[in-house]
Design a protein around this ligand. Structure first.
Ligand SMILES: [Zn+2]
Length: 245
């Protein structure tokens, strides 16, 4: 997360990263405590099925009270936690090992990456649901229903920049067509590792974000590298030169 301060902008990409890892879902607790908490959640949900966001979220993912069987059923991965998308104590469960996209909340069906961005927004900006938010390469459907003023863009190199394609604005992160100081919050999750000039993309994201606004981005961290390594270059004839495999 970068709070906008263009005058003091310094690229984080050429410096050593300190990886802050938030382990949201995967904490371990004693079996007995787990069972007690399971029955607490079960009793709680039986009498008070969460209504927060439920009607909206149900438009995307059907939520049924018969999800309650998940509480007692065995899964390869299962834990108890608080879901930042539906704002409820819940069970996370998955039979897949690729947790990022499969470790779902039993109430709202969200995945870890969806809960993680809601968690960051809740911490950095309590009022984010009322802010002007833009996301490059949309990462989940919950923003559309939870944020009042949300827009998204993708990059379609063959089409005119700034145009709408199937309801999604065509934007190149390295040369955005938005005016300066347009958004309160600019989000780009796992996008910067795909652009040729990430420093330029970050500067553009800061340019279109209002003073005091927030830019949020994620990039993968490789445990064997402590610096970013350029792996491809865009040549003047439009072709791509691979540098690092
Ligand atoms: Zn949830």
């Amino acid at each position: 997360v970068i709070a906008k301060d263009a005058a003091n902008y310094k690229s984080p990409l050429n410096e050593h990263f300190i990886a802050h890892t938030h382990i949201l879902d995967n904490y371990h607790i004693e079996d007995m405590v787990f069972e007690k908490m399971q029955s607490f959640i079960y009793d709680n949900l039986m009498t008070n099925w969460p209504e927060i966001n439920r009607n909206e979220i149900e438009k995307i993912y059907p939520i049924r009270k018969n999800n309650l069987h998940i509480i007692t059923q065995d899964y390869k991965h299962k834990s108890i936690g608080f879901c930042t998308v539906c704002n409820h104590n819940t069970i996370f469960y998955s039979n897949e090992d690729w947790l990022r996209d499969h470790y779902r909340c039993m109430i709202c069906n969200s995945t870890p990456r969806e809960r993680a961005i809601f968690n960051v927004l809740n911490k950095e900006c309590y009022d984010w649901r009322n802010k002007n938010i833009h996301e490059s390469s949309p990462s989940n459907n919950y923003f559309e229903i939870c944020a009042k003023n949300y827009s998204k863009s993708q990059f379609y190199p063959e089409n005119k920049l700034g145009s709408l394609i199937n309801g999604v604005r065509n934007e190149n992160l390295e040369q955005l067509t938005f005016n300066d100081n347009t958004f309160d919050i600019f989000i780009s999750l796992d996008v910067l590792e795909h652009v040729f000039n990430p420093d330029l993309a970050l500067k553009e994201m800061l340019r279109v974000t209002k003073p005091g606004g927030i830019v949020i981005f994620t990039t993968p961290i490789h445990k064997n590298f402590d610096k970013s390594i350029k792996r491809a270059e865009l040549l003047s004839d439009g072709s791509v030169k691979e540098i690092f495999h």
